[in-house]
Write a protein that binds this ligand. Structure first.
Ligand SMILES: Cc1ncc(COP(=O)(O)O)c(C=O)c1O
Length: 434
């Protein structure tokens, strides 16, 4: 592959007007997020890096500002007005999260820094206390490093075995082979809800059922999925669910661990200190009840409160409408990409089986070069291994380019993206000959 990071020529593309999607008013939604009206390299920003993080609507930014300007205080401690208001707002978001993922109780909702921390909490607290030599941990071949490395390390520490659910040729979990992998030695199955590389939506309920049939617990990595799919932990019957608010319109620095109460009750805290105790004596400490047992120290109050505004915004749009919009945009993007010569698209061929994530390689242009060239046209995509090096190895590539969509993306954005790709091919061909 060519790799010319330094040679990044200007690309000029047409700039069509945004249109109204059948399901979502993408023009209005775009206006709601101030960043989406900025220019990048003199071009309208076309933001297609949503699998990395999402842009934030004004209501989320306002919630942050309002907290700091009006009722900034530490929570759970003071009896003064500001502290009571901050505590009510913070705990109110816990209830919103409970409702959003259909958990049975607020005691099952733990705030963390991100999805990664939530997985590490389960691997350390549940894993260290429930795994022994010879046990098996099952993950899939397309897990993000965040749902891979913690289990690999735990397996190494305990003398347990890490096993993999393999993929079919079009990037779906091979359920026939899964029967041979999830077995009597399996203690936990930890799988993504939606692949951040292939976009694959996994058969969560079926896999959870297979895990439970063997007496294993099931962890769902919803870092991608929860932002795009209506998710009910009770319907899916998952034991743990993790996700990050920054991928669903919220600020950075807030993740969620959902866990079934009977499991969380038995798990020891990971961090010790303030807020996670009910009483402390020189010789011993009694831990707080759920969920605060797992929330040591001052939490990320402002960002949790602003995450509540993100939930309200998504709920107003409706998760089913968001999914329909995503199918429409992804189908259109797949169709337009397939019109190009020299394109290799990875993952499920049909938008019904995948989220709004398309990984590809194009015209022998190194993904990093492509990313830089598209940036010149104001189009933000991602390039690299996407924190999925084992999957890249299986695909036989060092990296891919990735376009990922969300509620504000329209077919016009896809058209700008496709024009930029065509220009990149023309320009890159020209540059390579010099
Ligand atoms: C599938 C998946 N799991 C886990 C993560 C980790 O999320 P965070 O970095 O917010 O902890 C990501 C982030 O891209 C992801 O895509």
């Amino acid at each position: 592959m060519n790799h010319q990071l330094l040679a990044t020529p200007k690309i000029i593309v047409d700039e069509p007007v945004r249109e109204r999607s059948a399901m979502l008013d993408t023009a209005k939604i775009s206006r709601d997020s101030p960043i989406l009206s900025r220019l990048v390299n003199g071009r309208r920003l076309v933001y297609l890096d949503n699998a990395a993080t999402s842009q934030k609507p004004g209501v989320v930014i306002d919630a942050l500002k309002h907290y700091y300007e009006y009722y900034n205080a530490n929570i759970h401690r003071g009896l003064h007005t500001l502290s009571e208001e901050a505590t009510a707002a913070f705990e109110g978001v816990r209830e919103k999260v409970r409702n959003f993922i259909d958990a049975a109780s607020e005691r099952e909702i733990i705030f963390t820094r991100n999805a990664t921390e939530a997985i590490n909490l389960v691997a350390s607290s549940w894993g260290r206390n429930n795994l022994k030599e010879g046990d098996e941990i099952v993950i899939s071949a397309m897990e993000h490093h965040s749902n891979f490395v913690p289990w690999q390390q735990l397996a190494n520490e305990k003398g347990a075995k890490l096993r993999f659910l393999e993929l079919t040729d079009d990037g779906q979990i091979d359920l026939a082979l899964a029967q041979n992998v999830i077995g009597s030695k399996t203690k936990i199955v930890a799988i993504t809800q939606m692949s951040n590389v292939l976009g694959t939506i996994t058969p969560v309920a079926k896999l959870a059922q297979m895990a439970h049939a063997q007496g294993a617990v099931f962890l769902l990595d919803g870092a991608q999925g929860v932002a795009h799919l209506e998710t009910s932990v009770r319907e899916l019957d998952v034991d743990f669910l993790v996700f990050s608010f920054h991928k669903m319109l919220g600020p950075t620095g807030v993740g969620v661990l959902y866990g079934k109460e009977e499991l969380l009750d038995k798990m020891p805290p990971l961090l010790f200190g303030g807020d996670m105790i009910s009483s402390v004596h020189r010789e011993r400490t009694k831990f707080n009840e759920l969920p605060w047992k797992f929330e040591a120290g001052t939490p990320n109050i402002a960002d949790v409160i602003a995450s509540g505004a993100a939930i309200d915004y998504l709920s107003e749009l409706g998760m089913n409408n968001i999914r329909e919009h995503e199918i429409e945009i992804t189908s259109y993007a797949l169709k337009r990409l397939r019109e190009l010569d020299d394109i290799k698209i990875y993952g499920p061929a049909d938008a019904e089986n995948k989220g709004g994530v398309i990984s590809f390689n194009f015209a022998d242009i190194h993904p990093h070069d492509l990313g830089q060239m598209l940036d010149e046209a104001g189009v933000a995509i991602r390039a690299g291994h996407h924190c999925c090096q084992p999957l890249m190895h299986d695909l036989g590539v060092s990296g891919t380019a990735r376009a990922s969509f969300y509620i504000y993306n329209s077919k016009d954005d896809i058209d700008v993206f496709i024009s930029a790709l065509k220009e990149a091919k023309k320009v890159f061909g020209h540059v390579s000959c010099r």
